[in-house]
Design a protein around this ligand. Structure first.
Ligand SMILES: [Mn+2]
Length: 287
């Protein structure tokens, strides 16, 4: 990794507009598939084949759900932590918003035996039921916990509102991205099971922009309150949402009148690891 490499790449990929444009990519739910993530990032030119940052001043955002279901969740966390440092050192940016699985994992770490409110299970049981893997929990360090606990829940990057879940529930947490992130920061710091359950369950909601009639309106409400032109989310795998086979997914799914972009390819059950360049081309923006 060196500055010259990243610089050369940015210059060569931006020949049409060699000015100050910075690339922006987004990745949805990785769920432990570290090797497939590295391969996809390498194809996109953002890393080399060892998973070291080659994206120069470019920006890469992750939409949460790093762990569970797949083989190497901690490897994914460590990769993203390292990429954040490497990118920052050369003027790039690697960021992430929290998904429901980060709250499941951290809840199971902080208070495994506490019951989850309005649920017959403990935190550890709920995490296991959702694909939690013992190897990940054994390898989870204080450093990982601190890093995850410092991540935002919502990020507005240019006109893109990055969230994990396709829900209006974020509006119950605050009126601005800053308020929402502050509220979830308090949850993560307080480590109180009751408070945790109450907030975590909001991130399990899904599908709230899909209705052909109400979906666009729900998306507009979120965008008008939190900012941005597009909601970009993971959490609901495109094959499930569209009713297609995982191998049929070739790119993001744009819906709700072009306001919402699903980038979760359904990696954990055979879908692609999508590394989506933003903004989408005009031709991709309509439904
Ligand atoms: Mn999720």
């Amino acid at each position: 990794m060196c500055v010259a490499n990243g610089y050369a790449r940015v210059m060569s990929s931006d020949q049409a507009e060699p000015s100050e444009e910075r690339s922006l990519h987004v990745v949805g739910d990785v769920h432990g598939h570290r090797d497939r993530l590295v391969a996809a990032l390498a194809v996109a030119g953002l890393t080399d084949e060892d998973g070291d940052w080659t994206g120069g001043a470019g920006r890469l955002w992750f939409l949460g759900d790093f762990t569970d279901r797949g083989p190497d969740g901690i490897g994914v966390i460590e990769l993203v932590m390292r990429l954040s440092e490497q990118a920052a050192a050369v003027g790039g940016e690697v960021g992430a918003v929290l998904g429901n699985h980060e709250f499941l994992l951290l809840g199971a770490h902080h208070f495994p035996d506490e019951p989850v409110a309005s649920n017959p299970r403990t935190y550890e049981e709920l995490w296991q039921l959702n694909g939690g893997r013992a190897e990940d929990m054994e390898r989870l360090t204080d450093e990982h916990v601190d890093w995850l606990s410092g991540l935002p829940t919502v990020a507005l990057v240019e006109d893109h509102l990055f969230v994990h879940s396709d829900t209006t529930a974020y509006l119950e947490l605050g009126d601005t991205p800053e308020e929402i992130n502050a509220e979830m920061g308090r949850v993560l710091a307080a480590r109180r099971p009751d408070y945790w359950t109450d907030r975590m369950r909001l991130l399990f909601r899904r599908g709230e922009f899909l209705d052909p009639e109400d979906g666009p309106e729900a998306a507009d409400e979120v965008l008008s309150r939190l900012g941005g032109r597009w909601i970009v989310h993971g959490h609901s795998p495109i094959p499930v949402v569209r009713g297609v086979e995982p191998w049929e997914v070739e790119g993001p799914y744009v819906y709700a009148g072009g306001r919402v972009v699903d980038v979760d390819g359904g990696l954990f059950f055979g879908g692609p690891c999508l590394v989506v360049p933003l903004p989408l081309a005009e031709s991709e923006q309509s439904e």
